[in-house]
Design a protein. Sequence first.
Length: 174
Amino acid sequence: MRWGFIVVLLIVAAVATGVVRDAQPSVQAQDSTPAAPSPGAAADGAVFRPLAAGSIEVLAPGVANVVLGRIALAPGASIPFDPMDPSAVLIYAAAGELTFRVDVPMTVARAAGSATPAPPEEVAADTEFTLRDGDSAIFPGAMAGEVRNDGAEEATAWVVDISHLTDAAATPTP
């Protein structure tokens, strides 16, 4: 009986993974929204590969789309931030150096060299800052700026993009 339960559990997990992987968010783009590049597409020396994605209910009936990906910027490559994009983004630098400039104040978590975490570093708006291996920062939505690779080698980072898909979540339902 115990093995039967484990087999059923594995089958349910496999089916659920397939359903979540193939699920599409119930949002339609407006006519003026430019088409998104295909996953893994390169744009001016930058490559983003989504690795996992899903939706989560936040402040019902609101829904957020969460995407985990990896970005790679070739030396000299840059990506502008769209000030109309409401997505919040968490970036964890994995290799190389990524230089940012954004029009909002930021807090950067620097990689800890020991067991004691370093205190967060405050960065003023419109000030350049660099994330290196192990550094991270959370970027709010609707900000202008850019990220670029000023180094001589490819720079990579893990990226978590959180997009709120509905406007109806102003008040939680009882």
